[in-house]
Ligand binder design. Structure first.
Ligand code: SF4
Length: 251
C-alpha cells in the first residue's frame, strides 16, 4: 500500500472532471467514476433509502451490485425506511450494504433518552449523522450521493464533482428534476419508499420529517418550522469532521 496526499489534487481533479464529464449522462458518470476510483483509494455510495434513492441505486446495481452502499442508521429512522432499505437492496441485488450507527459513547452522554432533536437538533445531527458519515466515508477516495440541484436553494449551484477535504463527492443526478425521477422509476418499475404515498417527498429521521404541503418544495417537510434545512453531512460539518489524512492507495 502507498499513500498520496490528495488535498490540493482533489480540488484540481474535481474541477477537471466537471469540465470533462460534468454534462455526461448519469449512468456514464457512475461508470467512469467507478473505473477511475476503484483502484485509486476506493469508491462507495451514500444512500438514505428515502424518497429519491432508488434511481441512483438502480444505476449502480446495473454496473456493480457489490459497490459499498453506506446507510447512516441514526437510530431515529421510520420503521418503513429500514424495511424499504432491506427490500430495495434485495430487489436490486445490492450485496454490500454498510449500516453505520452513531457512537454509543456520544449518544449515551448527549442524548440518553433520544430527545436531543427537540432541544438541540444541530448537536443531534452532529452525533447521529455528521460524525458517523465522516467515519463511513473516510476510507474512500470518492463517494456517490443522489442529491439534485432542484431540491433546495442550498443545492442550486451544486457541481457533479466536488472536492471534500481531499476526497471527491460525486452527484451524478445533480441536473435531474422530479419528472426525470418519476419517469425513470416508472420505466424500471422501481420500488418506492412507502412513505411517499403519504406525502413524504424527502425522508429523514422520524422526529424531524413531516409530509410536504401542496405547492411546497420537496424538502420543506424536513425540520419544518425551524431555520435548519440541512443536517450537515453535505455542508461544512462533514468537511470539518473528516480527517485530511492521506488516503491509502494500492501501490
Ligand atoms: S434529523 Fe433530527 S433526529 Fe435525525 S439526527 Fe438530525 S436532529 Fe437528530
Amino acid at each position: 500500500m502507498g499513500a498520496r496526499p490528495r488535498l490540493p489534487e482533489a480540488a484540481l481533479e474535481a474541477a477537471e472532471l466537471n469540465r470533462s464529464h460534468g454534462d455526461a449522462e448519469a449512468e456514464a458518470i457512475i461508470r467512469l467514476s467507478m473505473d477511475l476510483f476503484r483502484h485509486q483509494g476506493g469508491i462507495a455510495a451514500i444512500s438514505s433509502f428515502g424518497a429519491d434513492s432508488a434511481v441512483l441505486l438502480h444505476m449502480i446495481s446495473r454496473i456493480d451490485a457489490s459497490l459499498p452502499i453506506v446507510f447512516l442508521d441514526t437510530g431515529q429512522h421510520f420503521g418503513e425506511t429500514l424495511d424499504y432499505r432491506d427490500r430495495l437492496a434485495e430487489d436490486l441485488g445490492l450485496s454490500n450494504i454498510i449500516n453505520v450507527s452513531p457512537l454509543s459513547l456520544l449518544t449515551s452522554e448527549s442524548d440518553p433518552d433520544g430527545t436531543l432533536h427537540s432541544s438541540d437538533p444541530d448537536l443531534c445531527c452532529s452525533i447521529r449523522k455528521v460524525e458517523p458519515m465522516a467515519r463511513a466515508v473516510e476510507p474512500y477516495a470518492a463517494w456517490f450521493t443522489g442529491r439534485k440541484r432542484h431540491q433546495s436553494q442550498t443545492r442550486a449551484e451544486m457541481p457533479v464533482f466536488e472536492a471534500i477535504n481531499g476526497r471527491i463527492r460525486i452527484n451524478p443526478l445533480a441536473g435531474w428534476n422530479t419528472a426525470d425521477q418519476a419517469a425513470y422509476m416508472r420505466k424500471h418499475q422501481l420500488r418506492e419508499n412507502p412513505l411517499v404515498a403519504f406525502g413524504y417527498f424527502s425522508i429523514g429521521c422520524f422526529p424531524c420529517t413531516q409530509p410536504v404541503k401542496p405547492g411546497e418544495d420537496s424538502r420543506s417537510g424536513r425540520w419544518a418550522g425551524a431555520a435548519k434545512t440541512e443536517c450537515g453531512i453535505h455542508l461544512s460539518g462533514l468537511e470539518n469532521a473528516l480527517s485530511s489524512t492521506p488516503i491509502r492507495t494500492p501501490s
